[in-house]
Design a protein around this ligand. Structure first.
Ligand code: KE4
Length: 423
């Protein structure tokens, strides 16, 4: 692979941005390589600045469910641009997008459009705190909800009952308000509710944990979270930034039949443009300014170009439910190929696959939680990453990210990928 132009751009970028990137995972740090700079993408392919083409299973970390530069989405965005990029005033497009979201996800009685998943989860938590008058929240170890201060925390040591910051710059006083439970571990959740009676405003969870690889909820776990939050007067927040419109048009809450109080969406909902959403029960959302005392605002919230991309994307997904069946089938075929690789190469590989999301863990552990995910051999993952890159296949540069299949991945793409995986 010729990567001279990428290297040149990387050197310049290193002087301009931390790690030469605008989001840490893009730096390829955990796979021990320098990042490739991308020139363009189309369908299932992504092309770097040196002309190397790759079958793309990152899909921009999820938004690309229709593939890159879908012609109908691009045409709609191009048309919208000539009418102006932003007005800082309401438009009918926001009604259209919010209406589509509510049609597809009935729990979204009322919502607010924002510009990133981080903004959506941060605002949902503030709405829950404003509604309950309580301060503490529960999150799960290994689940990621963006980089707002209160969500960059980790469990304290066994001796400590308090959480501690998981990033420099987060005050310990903020971290103390966030309690950390273990995904798929009911006792860890029960203990926090028992030890913090009537103090917990909300529990936020990725219904399928897709930031520790891909870890599905065990049978009954989401029902348990629904019950225990209701019993304790806490708001149940489903962070569906990844699973929303990914696992089906109704997301994980439709797949698992659970109605959360609030939900956050991102990625797919903006069709690749900066767009995210938080919303749910009207009785909670009506407390958000200007109708209530929970303040939240945004210059580009509901931006007419981003809403255009989101509307067109959701319309296509809503009109073509067969896309979901196709991408799930392709993900199953890839999961099978990883299992074959494990046998042929005599290497430990555990695959979790939910819909069009999958993750191959370099471990012989049956990964059902964060501790299981951490048993993975990240060095082996880095070698795998490099091997696939050399064969024209672009997967996540981290063991703990999901692999995404899009509607643009052809049967030939899957055949080629399987050929490389099982060589
Ligand atoms: P953003 O602020 O990055 O739009 O969304 C934050 C977020 C919230 N909730 C979930 C479940 C998420 O997965 C994310 C962001 N996902 C990561 C990758 N797993 C984005 C990639 C990156 O950080 O560059």
């Amino acid at each position: 692979m010729n990567i001279s132009r990428s290297e040149e751009l990387y050197r310049t970028a290193l002087d301009l941005m931390p790690g030469g990137v605008n989001s840490p995972v893009r730096a390829f740090g955990s796979v021990g390589r320098n990042p490739l700079f991308i020139d363009h993408a189309k369908g299932s392919r992504i092309y770097d600045v040196d002309g190397n083409a790759f079958i793309d299973y990152v899909c921009s970390w999820g938004p690309g469910i229709l593939g890159h530069a879908h012609p109908e989405v691009v045409e709609a965005v191009q048309k919208a641009c000539v009418d102006g990029l932003t007005f800082g005033a309401p438009t009918g497009k926001e009604n259209r997008l919010a209406g589509l979201i509510r049609d597809f996800v009935p729990s979204m009685e009322m919502m607010r459009l924002v510009s990133s998943g981080t903004e959506a989860t941060m605002s949902a938590i503030r709405a829950a705190r404003g509604y309950t008058g309580r301060d503490k929240i529960i999150k799960f170890k290994g689940c990621y909800h963006g980089h707002s201060d209160g969500l960059l925390v980790q469990a304290g040591s066994a001796a400590l009952t308090q959480s501690v910051p998981d990033s420099a710059g987060v005050p310990a006083s903020y971290a103390m308000q966030t309690l950390v439970a273990l995904f798929n571990d009911r006792d860890s959740v029960r203990e926090l509710f028992e030890n913090n009676k009537d103090q917990i405003a909300a529990l936020i969870v990725e219904p399928v944990a897709a930031n520790m690889g891909v870890v599905p909820p065990e049978e009954g776990f989401l029902e348990f979270l629904r019950e225990i939050t209701a019993e304790n007067g806490a708001v149940l927040i489903f962070d569906e930034v990844i699973t929303g419109f990914r696992l089906g048009i109704g997301g994980a809450q439709e797949m698992y039949g659970i109605k959360p109080d609030l939900t956050t969406f991102g990625k797919i909902v903006g069709g690749g443009m900066p767009m995210a959403v938080y919303g749910g029960k009207k009785e909670i959302m009506k407390n958000v300014a200007p109708t209530g005392k929970v303040y939240q605002a945004g210059t580009l919230s509901g931006n007419p170009i981003a809403t255009t991309a989101g509307i067109k994307t959701l319309e296509i997904l809503g009109d073509h439910p067969e896309i979901y069946l196709r991408i799930e089938q392709k993900a199953k075929e890839l999961a099978e190929a990883f299992r074959l690789r494990s046998v042929k190469r005599q290497i430990p590989l555990h695959v979790n696959q939910v819909g069009s999301l999958l993750c191959a863990y370099f471990t012989d552990v049956d990964v059902k939680d964060y501790a299981g995910a951490l048993t993975s051999d990240t060095k082996a993952y880095a070698e795998y990453f490099g091997e696939l890159l050399e064969h024209g296949i672009y997967v996540a540069p981290s063991q703990f990210e999901a692999m995404f299949v899009s509607g643009a991945h052809s049967d030939e793409d899957i055949r080629r990928t399987i050929e490389v995986l099982t060589a």
